[in-house]
Ligand binder design. Structure first.
Ligand code: ATP
Ligand code: MG
Length: 210
């Protein structure tokens, strides 16, 4: 199955794609994670990307399209994938269609600006990939990762002043892409809940895998 996960920043795309990767046994490919790994690795791409990301802007289409098409061409994606964070602009959707990649469904995790802002403000992350929320998914010990014991941090682009810009960019550039998949009859919408497991259940039901 080739699945896209779409939704506003903070709607829970990353969390749900991880849950789905276990159930569907196909890899989750997250553009945000690939970019954060490039930044952490200090590559030239990472340095460029960081300037955009920390401003709440999108990384230029040319850069991200290359990264994603290369990644999806790898062997582990042969039997499908869950793509989180791409396509996010009309140009990216066109590049995907032009490359001959057909998707089975675009899963839209629907959440209001108010809800996602609350989510992002409380988000804490760990270098090992675990994600928490101070209120909705607190770690057992304050500020410490349940999985690996490292200190949790706030993502650079989760600062309050950047969140509003990310939402603006989402409505301007990504909402039309969601409408495009709706018109193609590929969109499956699920309302995001504050409870992660409940949302996963709704997602699996919507995909008929519940
Ligand atoms: P969340 O992780 O809460 O779902 P998000 O969707 O805004 O929020 P990521 O998907 O992790 O966050 O992406 C982080 C940043 O990486 C984006 O704000 C953007 O700058 C950049 N980015 C990710 N995917 C793309 C893309 N397809 N095109 C351009 N830039 C991207
Ligand atoms: Mg994400």
């Amino acid at each position: 199955m080739r699945l896209l996960i779409m939704g506003a920043p903070g709607s829970g795309k990353g969390t749900q794609s991880r849950a789905l990767t276990e159930t569907l046994k196909i890899p989750a490919v997250s553009t945000g994670e690939m970019l954060r790994a490039a930044i952490a690795g200090g590559s030239e791409t990472g340095k460029q990307a960081q300037l955009y990301i920390n401003d709440g802007k999108l990384v230029p289409d040319g850069v991200i399209i290359d990264i994603v098409l290369h990644r999806l061409g790898r062997k582990d994606c042969e039997n499908g994938y869950i793509l989180d964070g791409f396509p996010r602009t009309a140009a990216q959707a066109e590049a995907m269609a032009a490359s001959g990649m057909e998707i089975d469904a675009a899963l839209f995790i629907d959440a209001s600006d108010e809800v996602v802002t609350r989510r992002i403000c409380g988000r804490r992350v760990c270098g090992c990939g675990a994600i928490y929320h101070t209120e909705f998914k607190p770690p057992r010990k304050d500020g410490v990762c349940d999985v690996c014991g490292s200190t949790l941090t706030v993502r650079d682009d989760d600062k309050p002043e950047t969140i509003a810009e990310r939402l603006r960019v989402y409505h301007e550039q990504t909402a039309p892409v969601i409408a495009y998949y709706r018109e193609k009859g590929k969109l499956i919408s699920v309302t995001s809940r504050d409870d992660v497991e409940e949302t996963t259940k709704a997602v699996l039901d919507a995909l008929n895998r519940g």
